[in-house]
Design a protein around this ligand. Structure first.
Ligand SMILES: Cc1ncc(COP(=O)(O)O)c(C=O)c1O
Length: 447
């Protein structure tokens, strides 16, 4: 019998009753019961008691193998002993100071040594703030005010960026070759709409035309080399190389938002592409599980922070415990460790691609390295090249059934996105299990 959304939802509800109860209780005090919209899984989130290595233990008494890792944060898995040790040591020193500590400089050196385009780096408490800081630097450096972003790009919830992350081609977003910014939430100031210029993914000719027409106003182009929140699209290398050349010619600061993709190589995904941005935004893994963000880049631009011409400060910027945890994480995230989990990702992708093709199932595998995902299609053979293609050709119902079934069978994927982010705590046996489970779910869905 084919799996249905109703039946899978019901099985999920039956399995996570305690999580549902806690959500209900918490929602007396927090709208909906939690402060982070993206943690919702079906009717409610799954409350977790603790994490250990590659496992999550839920309040409902279930163990889930973690293929989510807090949207890629936990690249070494949960409670890695070296990170725990670093946190304990930093905590013994104290929790909060109106002074910098050695931990911040340590993390900064590790980042500068790893990422070729980064001479200097400043920290924030989140990648959202780092994105905001990066465009402030670009505005200060160029004396221009607007920013350009790609449709489908997610750069946190700042007002400059919350446009066209999911631009529904049927609603107000214009043609792909002449896109219009559409807000992804209520509450976006209408006055800001003209300040953010949006462009299509993987269409260099259109991007060149838009950037050239608006060059005198655009301070920065910000992009993710591989998008996540807006749907999984890996940009073409030639497209990124082209944008590098165009932005250099037009005096536009090129910002790579590597909040997620920095984990793809010690030098970040930019080293895989062989393209150097002017600024890089970081977050997630560079905090080792604790909250952090960072902006790094050329000495010439970061100098504006040093002189104070572009003001950069925050109560918890460079927080000692977060920086200590981040440094421990990067020290243990060696290139061989990265190669191993990138290999896991490639294995899942190639084995399941072969399987879906042989069986003529409407599923593509997408992504690169340790961050990959499933595109559940409306019909076999679709080629997905942009977030607009995802919105036009992907089927939310089958994606939801697939995700429910993974969770019910003991795996935690990124719920709304149909994506996974692997950690070094996973083993070859976990990957075998995940592939086998994915195959049986697909057989039950499509046969
Ligand atoms: C590419 C990218 N940039 C920025 C952000 C915002 O990061 P934070 O949630 O730390 O503010 C995220 C978060 O998911 C992200 O994926």
């Amino acid at each position: 019998m084919k799996l249905t959304l109703e039946a899978s939802t019901q099985r999920f509800i039956n399995k996570f009753k305690k999580s549902a109860k806690i959500t209900e209780e918490a929602s007396k005090y927090i709208p909906g019961g939690y402060s982070r919209a993206s943690v919702k899984v079906g009717p409610h989130p799954i409350f977790v008691e603790r994490g250990e290595g590659a496992s999550l233990f839920t309040v409902d008494g279930h163990e889930l193998r973690d293929f989510h890792n807090n949207f890629s944060v936990n690249v070494l898995g949960h409670r890695h002993p070296k990170i725990l040790e670093a946190i304990e040591q930093a905590c013994k020193d104290g929790f909060s100071f109106g002074n910098p500590t050695k931990y911040e400089a340590k993390l900064a050196k590790l980042i500068c040594d790893r990422v070729e385009s980064i001479d200097k780096v400043v920290f924030t408490c989140s990648a959202t703030e780092a994105c905001m800081a990066s465009v402030n630097l670009a505005r200060g450096y160029t004396g221009k005010g607007k920013i350009a972003k790609l449709e489908g790009g997610y750069h946190g919830s700042g007002n400059d960026f919350f446009w066209s992350i999911h631009p529904d081609p049927l609603l107000h977003s214009g043609l792909a070759t002449n896109p219009k910014p559409v807000p992804d939430t209520m509450g976006m100031p209408e006055a800001l709409r003209g300040n953010t210029i949006v462009m299509p993914q993987n269409d260099l000719a259109t991007c060149k035309r838009i950037l050239t027409q608006n060059a005198k106003d655009i301070a920065a182009l910000i992009l993710e080399l591989q998008t996540a929140a807006g749907g999984l699209i890996t940009l073409d290398k030639a497209f990124v190389e082209g944008l590098r050349e165009i932005t250099r010619d037009l005096g536009i600061v090129l910002i790579f938002d590597e909040t997620i993709t920095l984990r793809m190589a010690t030098g970040g995904m930019q080293s895989v592409f062989g393209v150097k941005p002017d600024l890089t935004v970081m977050g997630k893994a560079i905090g080792g599980g604790l909250p952090i963000g960072g902006v790094g880049g050329s000495e010439a631009i970061l100098y504006l922070n040093e002189t104070g011409q572009v003001f950069h400060s925050g109560t918890h910027h460079g927080h000692s415990v977060c920086c200590a945890a981040g440094a421990a994480c990067l020290e243990n995230l060696t290139q061989p460790a990265i190669d191993r989990i990138n290999g896991f990702g490639e294995r899942i992708k190639s084995e399941l691609s072969k399987f879906t093709q042989e069986n003529n199932y409407p599923v593509n595998l997408a992504g690169w390295g340790s961050c990959i995902g499933f595109e559940m299609l409306d019909q076999v053979g679709r080629k997905i090249r942009s977030c607009r293609d995802i919105m036009t050709f992907c089927d939310n119902n089958t994606r939801q059934i697939f995700n429910y079934e993974l969770i019910i069978r003991g795996y935690m994927p990124m719920w709304q996105r149909g994506q996974v982010a692997l950690s070094t705590s996973l083993t070859e046996a976990d990957i075998d299990g995940f592939i086998a489970t994915s195959k049986s779910i697909m057989n039950e869905m499509f046969d």
